[in-house]
Design a protein around this ligand. Structure first.
Ligand SMILES: [Zn+2]
Length: 489
């Protein structure tokens, strides 16, 4: 797949995150399905915007674009995005670009005026159809990206090669020194890395016209068999001036979650409140996995006999089937995240049962045989649920390579700060405690709750405690008698 990359002339913002997180999920999901993905994402490292910014800053355009490319790569790695197979730069692919322009000229779909090469829309029927209804945009010169050139045969014609101008970087060509027009780079580099026919081409929806439509025209003008099977375009982020750099892991995970909460084709409204909500949801996911990790850690290396309970197996299977159908239906991550809540709830419910069983076994209220079997089944359930959740988080880019407890602490601090609590106060609140409670009374209430959840009545509990006390007494008296007997000998 070929995804149109950034024009690196400034720091990345959340709008960039939207594009590359969306296509990272596609990349991850295709790999999860077993596809070998050849993922190409370019850098437009020479462009009018770069030249303008470089002139303002007194820096060479290619040095400025290299610097911001590095910043971009840093930000995108922080966002957990897997690296593409190839990340070509325009400045490294001049030969491929010139070859493609030559083919278009040879096929009669372009013309040269004083060192500039223009694509001729009049010679190419398809491009006229593509442009129907939009001639004004093209007359403005590629959506305002370039200035209008009155020498063109048709105002809709667009530049394939721009002759060198003073103060601009240029490369030698058969038409004189110059640099490529905006659109030709993606036709040339996609053909170079993926051939003229490939599966997926994507980018922001602002690229549909003129960039991608011009790409189709150029590629077909050069090679009539050129074909892209699927075009995918993501929506905008409204109010997207949030800078991505130098953020903590919690912020970045929350950003990924926030973006996944809306289908990639829809526009999304960015706000601090929306990000706080995302942060709370990420906290819930991570807290659940953390609790699960703690409960399972003593048992990781043990092998368990027993069968996964039917209801747990059914729920995991149902989730997995729906996950596949949601993701395969144009990456409906929103549905997947909604469904994931049910699985997390099931983990938390199972963890509660596990703690109660553990507590009852500890209190010797369950026979060791029964308690052991029950625990094994619960551990098996937790292992299966944890595996499924982690697998899904991995395909959504939400399975963190970050330190979990560090992220949890950051998320917790943020949530507490928002609520105006200290950590100590929060722990008490979680337990339903306040300083006016008598501690032993509260512990008794917690025990009662645990027993109730385990399905014991007060009388049964009383009877069991009585039996246990009797058993202890009788053990003690046997031991005393033995000791007494020994002393006599
Ligand atoms: Zn492109």
């Amino acid at each position: 797949m070929y995804i149109c990359g950034v024009t690196p002339y400034d720091f990345s913002h959340i709008g960039h995150a939207r594009v590359y997180v969306a296509f990272d999920v596609l990349h991850r999901y295709l790999k999860f399905l077993g596809y070998e993905v050849n993922y190409v994402r370019n850098f437009t490292d020479i462009d009018d915007k770069i030249i303008k910014r470089a002139n303002e800053m007194g820096e060479a355009p290619l040095i400025l674009s290299r610097r911001f490319s590095e910043e971009f790569l840093h930000d995108i790695a922080e966002l957990n995005c897997l690296p593409p197979t190839h990340e070509p730069r325009v400045s490294d692919h001049m030969e491929q670009i010139k070859d493609l322009i030559t083919k278009i000229l040879d096929n009669g779909h372009a013309y040269i005026i004083e060192g500039d090469v223009y694509f001729s829309v009049d010679t190419f029927l398809m491009i006229i159809i593509v442009y129907l209804g939009k001639p004004d945009d093209n007359r403005a010169g590629g959506g305002g990206r370039v200035t209008v050139d009155t020498r063109k045969r048709n105002p809709a014609d667009f530049a394939l090669w721009k002759s060198a101008k003073p103060g601009e970087p240029s490369w030698e060509s058969p038409w004189g020194p110059g640099r490529p027009g905006w659109h030709i780079e993606c036709s040339a580099m996609s053909a170079h890395y993926l051939s003229h026919c490939f599966d997926i081409h994507g980018g922001g929806k602002d690229l549909i016209f003129p960039h991608h439509e011009n790409e189709i025209a150029q590629s077909r003008a050069a090679c009539p068999q050129s074909n892209v099977k699927y075009w995918m375009h993501n929506g905008f982020v409204n109010r997207d001036n949030q800078k991505m750099s130098k953020s903590d892991n919690n912020f970045l995970l929350s950003v990924i979650f926030f973006l996944m909460r809306t289908h990639y084709r829809s526009d999304v409204n960015y706000s601090d409140k929306a990000l706080d909500t995302a942060s709370d949801r990420v906290f819930y996911i991570y807290q659940t996995l953390h609790d699960c990790e703690i409960a399972l850690s003593p048992f990781r290396n043990e092998s368990f006999k027993g069968v996964l309970p039917v209801d747990v197996k059914e729920q995991i299977d149902k989730f997995h089937t729906e996950y596949l159908s949601s993701m395969s239906d144009d990456l409906h991550t929103t549905t997947v995240l909604d469904d994931l809540v049910d699985l997390l709830k099931l983990i938390n419910g199972t963890l509660k049962k596990f703690k109660v069983t553990f507590f009852l076994s500890y209190m010797e209220l369950l026979s060791s045989d029964f308690g052991g079997k029950k625990q094994q089944v619960l551990i098996l359930s937790l292992l299966a649920l944890e595996k499924e959740v982690k697998e899904v988080l991995l395909t959504l880019g939400l399975s963190s390579s970050y330190n979990v407890s560090e992220v949890l602490q950051q998320l917790k601090d943020k949530a507490l700060k928002r609520a105006g609590y200290t950590e100590e106060e929060e722990v008490l609140l979680t337990l339903g405690l306040s300083s006016s409670y008598n501690v032993s009374e509260v512990l008794q209430q917690l025990k009662d709750k645990a027993l109730k959840r385990a399905g014991y009545t007060e009388e049964e509990v009383g009877r069991k405690i009585e039996e246990r006390n009797m058993a202890r007494k009788s053990k003690r008296s046997t031991r005393n008698q033995t000791k007494l007997g020994r002393s006599f000998i």
